[in-house]
Design a binder for this molecule. Structure first.
Ligand code: REX
Length: 414
């Protein structure tokens, strides 16, 4: 009997755990880690060594651009490297710590996508079926398919545009609110649709709220349970949670600091919130090691059948730079050295995140900075990708200025 994705996953969980355990423990020192970082292994000449000075440079640039702290964790053939700068808590002054948990924002979309694509693998949902076949009467257009949601091509407007038009007042209005999925969809449908179904890429959180509804409809379970049994448990992600609508991040965690729209106004500690506005579009909590494990496992085909992994990594451009693409709940960035990395970015009040891996799953990077609504910090944090995956640049390279802007700064977003 062929292994179902779930069985394959359970069978491979031990392997992944062994793999992760083989990596050296995280270190928290900035430029000079206090413990040996990697098991002795011959370097692969085909794979550039990560430029960890460049990574620290990018983290410091995020800090110089308004993030109280930042950190990155890289895994590769030579083991694990971690770097931190600044603080995870401005009040206590506690330093950033790569074991700490934080809100990963839209990286949650990749988790939701994996769950949904497992359901496709199991024959419980069809990718090209109309959404309304499963959620009768929910959407105003019978032509919108499941694939349109996962590719951000449904034309459903993003309710967060209006919700967060004024950043801090918008946030404080929803900080403790608990929304039902339908309420969020209704907020979206009060706005004009952005495109004809399938016509163009237009990023919208609404798509992944509907993905959450599909998961719950197909399984009869809350998304929390499906994340848990299909991803968190089999991959042994012990620092990854979906606690909605609980407002706290339990255990060792990073405090998030939201930048108000008014220049010079004090940062707002936005750590505690229901994240109910985001739910299956962005409410997962994780830490760098777990994000490395997740993106690595995904790229190594541990979570989905080859057919669904292929579907997920089949991309179309999201802009005209020729470097940014979207598959099914998954971004692809083409870096300056030609390396392609797959994963997602995330923005939730107080937190910017990048979680990416190479297609062969041999290298992965998780990076976060504890601020948001400050695009320059996000763009600077994105510099960790170039440094980690492309290695040292020739002396003539222009550095961060040459990087494309972070997603939220692109005109298509807002
Ligand atoms: C909401 C506004 C940002 C946050 C958002 N987040 O849509 C989703 C996400 C979950 O992670 N998307 C990113 C706020 C872009 C992604 O996919 O990479 N901004 C903030 C404002 C602006 O309030 N007025 O920056 O914290």
């Amino acid at each position: 009997m062929p292994l179902t994705p779930h069985r394959r996953l359970v069978a491979s969980a031990t392997l992944i755990a062994a793999l992760v355990a083989g990596f050296a423990p995280a270190t928290s020192a900035s430029a000079a880690p206090s413990r040996p970082e990697s098991p002795a292994r011959a370097a692969d000449p085909a794979v550039p060594a990560p430029d960890m000075k460049g990574v620290v440079g990018a983290l410091n640039a995020a800090r110089a651009n308004g993030a109280p702290g930042a950190m990155a964790r890289f895994t590769g053939p030579d083991g694990t490297r971690t770097r931190t700068v600044g603080v995870r808590d401005r009040v206590s002054g506690a330093p950033m710590d790569t074991r700490a948990r934080f809100r990963i924002g839209s990286v949650s979309k990749t988790f939701s996508s994996v769950v949904l694509l497992q359901l496709v693998d199991e024959g419980r949902v069809e990718l090209d079926a109309p959404v309304n076949r499963y959620l009768s009467g929910l959407l105003p257009d019978e032509r919108i398919t499941v694939r349109h949601l996962l590719t951000h091509r449904s034309g459903l407007p993003d309710y967060t545009e209006k919700m967060f038009a004024q950043t801090v007042p918008g946030f404080e209005t929803v900080r403790n609110r608990v929304f039902g999925y339908r309420e969020l969809v209704d907020l979206a449908l009060a706005e004009p649709r952005t495109t004809e179904p399938g016509a163009a890429y237009a990023y919208s959180n609404t798509n992944f709220v509907v993905v959450g509804m599909l998961i719950e409809q197909a399984t009869g379970n809350p998304v929390a349970k499906e994340y848990e049994r299909r991803i968190f448990k089999p991959l042994r992600l012990r620092n990854t949670f979906y606690v909605h609508p609980d407002t706290r991040i339990k255990g060792l965690h990073v405090h998030g600091y939201l930048h108000p729209d008014e220049t010079g106004a004090p940062l707002v500690d936005s750590t505690e919130q229901t994240a109910s506005w985001a739910q299956s579009a962005g409410a997962v909590i994780s830490n760098p090691a777990d994000l490395n494990t997740f993106t690595t496992a995904l790229m190594r085909g541990k979570l989905l059948s080859p057919r669904m992994t292929e579907a997920m990594t089949t991309v179309t451009p999201t802009d005209t730079t020729g470097t940014r693409f979207y598959g099914l709940g998954l971004r692809r960035y083409d870096l300056s050295c030609g390396t392609q990395v797959y994963g997602h970015t995330g923005t939730v009040q107080g937190f910017y995140t990048y979680a990416f891996a190479t297609r062969d799953g041999r290298r992965s990077l998780a990076a976060t900075a504890n601020t948001s609504n400050h695009g320059a910090a996000n763009t600077a944090l994105g510099g960790t990708l170039e440094a980690a995956f492309c290695g040292k640049k020739p002396a003539t390279a222009r550095g961060f200025a040459a990087l494309p802007k972070a997603e939220e700064d692109l005109p298509e977003r807002r």
